[in-house]
Design a protein around this ligand. Structure first.
Ligand code: OGA
Ligand code: NI
Length: 317
């Protein structure tokens, strides 16, 4: 990893994320995930086994989606936050009304995907098939990663295969158009509310994470996935794994895209520190809430509130 300690002005530091190389031994992969997870909860996965063609097809269909006549996209448009499948502009978060500089196609699915894709856009013609293949492959990689992480923490490999990882998964296509305003914000600072986020960024930089008081711009190796831990992982591990704040800044000239698959708890799943992480020396630092409550509590972006774990015993709510 680059020098994380150097004090840098806002957004000026580019950083190569810690590397998790899936071609190494299980022990080495587990250790790399755990090391990165305890420090920043962000890393890049290489040699992940998702075929290059799957990614290329995904990029091509995303390009087609934005090249269609606007009316074809708008038919899927909705400002209703609760709608699982929709196209929208601005934000997924509740805030003071600020609109952010991004367009998003957000889809939801059971796993296996089955009939869920009938609720996805009909155009472009290949979208359903290409998104499905991408989601299956990406989620497969994510599940492998969770099994290795579990083993690394001394847990059963299927630890996250119950309610914690079995909610409907989300699929997103984010587009950040060029923005002339240097103050333009693509995505406001937030921590992810799902369990695990698996993201393919375009080569245009823009994603930043906050570490020791500075923003760092993420750089990845070609064909790598960016993976980051969501807040529920921090809670379950009683703070051992980190879910850190990140944002997307805009670019004056180029459009940036990213596609993501989000592994998510079921709505009724209890989000609380797991027994395995508790002891006399390590009492629970968060209290338990259902994922539905958790999601709602952490859906507000206002002066960095999203990064404050409001279920912390130290935080009055
Ligand atoms: C997100 C996110 C980053 C990106 O969707 O939660 O942080 O690069 N996306 O689009
Ligand atoms: Ni995010």
């Amino acid at each position: 990893m680059g020098n994380l300690q150097a004090p840098l002005p806002e957004g000026m530091g580019f950083i190569s994320l810690p590397v998790v190389d899936f071609s190494l031994s299980h022990e080495e992969i587990s250790r790399a995930i755990l090391d990165a997870g305890k420090d920043i909860g962000f890393f890049q996965v290489i040699n992940h086994g998702v075929p290059e063609q799957v990614r290329r097809d995904m990029e091509a269909v995303c390009e087609e989606f934005f090249a269609m006549p606007a009316a074809d996209r708008e038919s899927f448009h909705s400002d209703d936050n609760l709608k699982p499948n929709r196209f929208f502009t601005g934000s997924t978060y509740k805030n003071s009304g600020a609109k952010f500089w991004f367009d998003c196609l957000r889809l939801s699915s059971t796993f296996p995907i089955g009939d869920s894709k009938k609720d996805w856009p009909e155009k472009p013609e290949k979208l359903r098939e290409v998104f499905e293949r991408f989601a299956v492959q990406t989620r497969g990689m994510g599940e492998q990663l969770l099994r290795l992480l579990s083993e690394g923490m001394g847990l059963q490999p299927d630890y996250f295969e119950g309610d914690l990882g079995r909610g409907n998964m989300n699929l997103t296509l984010n587009q950040y158009p060029p923005c002339g305003d240097p103050e333009g914000v693509g995505l406001p600072p937030h921590c992810d509310r799902n369990l695990l986020s698996l993201l393919i960024p375009s080569t245009v930089p823009g994603l930043q994470f906050s570490y020791k008081g500075s923003w760092f711009t993420v750089e990845t190796m070609p064909n790598a996935y960016i993976v980051n831990f969501g807040l529920p992982l921090q809670v379950v591990t009683n703070g051992m794994l980190k879910s850190i704040e990140h944002r997307v800044v805009t670019n004056p000239k180029e459009s940036r895209r990213s596609v993501g698959v989000f592994i998510t708890p079921t709505w009724d799943c209890l989000i609380s520190p797991a027994e395995e992480f508790l002891s006399k020396e390590s009492p629970p630092i968060y209290h338990a809430v259902t994922y539905r409550e958790f999601y709602d509590m952490h859906g507000v972006v206002k002066d960095g509130l999203s990064s404050v774990l409001t279920i912390s015993h130290k935080t009055a709510i």
